[in-house]
Design a protein around this ligand. Structure first.
Ligand code: NAD
Length: 278
């Protein structure tokens, strides 16, 4: 699908992999709507209950072309916040006339926790719920609420393609490490729903591709200690380094452009297979 002249909605697009993809899509001539939590120093801009039609800004997006992106504050764990965000997006699309071309739910959190710790304390259900709520429910809810908009777009090519969904799983979908039960559950579910979602949406000319990255440089992995980082490097084949956000963005761009990629989970991991322990 041609990227130029379309609008892409990216959750978690104010940081890391989502931000890099936003930059790549903007360079390819698209408009980008970034749905993310409000910046920490401006919590009043939360959209959870906002019905305002004015769009906010985010400091992480200050270098993006102002007339071609919007930041819509949105906590993806809140169905009503997504509903409000979708309505903002619809208004923006009406004003730009660049139809929706894709949905990229990239918002995600790690929050490691052993299912049972050394003192026999089970993992708090609140932390399990939180991980599932952002990574799985938030992904599904965002897609679910944006789909009517994407499925209403006039098909753009001879295949009748309307758009593409790019979901973000993880190596943890296949080889979750210690402490990653909830994260692996959320990412395994994202990987598992790729094919049925593609099957549901084929009648609308909407493709679904999931990318499963290994360790990539981002705010999420910046928190890792040197010891953990070195341990992860030992498990790497080639190249022996974390992935770069632009390498994720480059694959996502290709997945949008290549109509034969559909219903598939693509590992982006340099052949790394995560060990149990580091
Ligand atoms: N970086 C890695 O090594 C790696 C590896 C595999 C998968 N992933 C996945 O890639 C995706 C992007 O992660 P990243 O590495 O860029 O991390 P990141 O922390 O840089 O970016 C995640 C973004 O999601 C946003 N977010 C978190 N909770 C949210 C919520 N409730 N509502 C809206 N936005 C929310 C954050 O504010 C942040 O901007 C995630 O789904 C993550 O699980 C990352």
């Amino acid at each position: 699908m041609k990227i130029q002249g379309r609008t892409f909605a990216i959750s978690g697009g104010a940081s890391g992999l989502g931000l890099s993809l936003a930059q790549t899509l903007l360079s390819a001539g698209a408009n980008v709507a970034i749905l993310d939590l409000p910046p920490k120093d401006n919590p009043s801009s939360s959209s959870s209950s906002s019905s305002s039609s004015s769009f906010e800004t985010h400091p992480a997006l200050s270098t993006l072309p102002k007339d071609r992106h919007i930041f819509i504050p949105c906590d993806v764990t809140s169905t009503s916040a997504i509903t409000t965000a979708v309505s903002h997006l619809q208004k923006w699309i009406s004003s730009t006339n660049l139809p929706l071309g894709g949905i990229i739910p990239a918002a995600g959190i790690g929050l490691p926790s052993l299912i049972l710790d050394k003192s026999l304390q089970p993992a708090p259900i609140s932390s399990i719920d939180f991980v599932l709520s952002v990574n799985l429910r938030g992904t599904l809810d965002l897609i679910r609420q944006l789909l009517p908009l994407l499925a209403s777009v006039t098909p753009v090519d001879e295949d009748g393609e309307r758009g593409v969904i790019i979901m973000v799983a993880s190596s943890a979908a296949f080889e979750g490490q210690m402490g990653q039960v909830a994260y692996a559950a959320s990412k395994g579910a994202v990987a598992s729903m790729t094919l049925p979602m593609a099957r549901d949406l084929s009648r609308f000319g909407i493709r679904v591709v999931t990318i499963a990255p290994s360790m990539f440089e981002s705010a999420m992995t910046a928190q890792l200690s040197d010891k953990v980082r070195k341990g992860l490097e030992k498990a790497m084949e080639f190249p022996v380094r974390a992935g770069k956000p632009e390498e994720f963005a480059s694959l996502a761009k290709h997945a949008i452009e290549n109509p034969m990629l559909n219903g598939v989970v693509i590992r982006l991991d340099g052949a790394t297979r995560m060990p149990s322990k580091l």
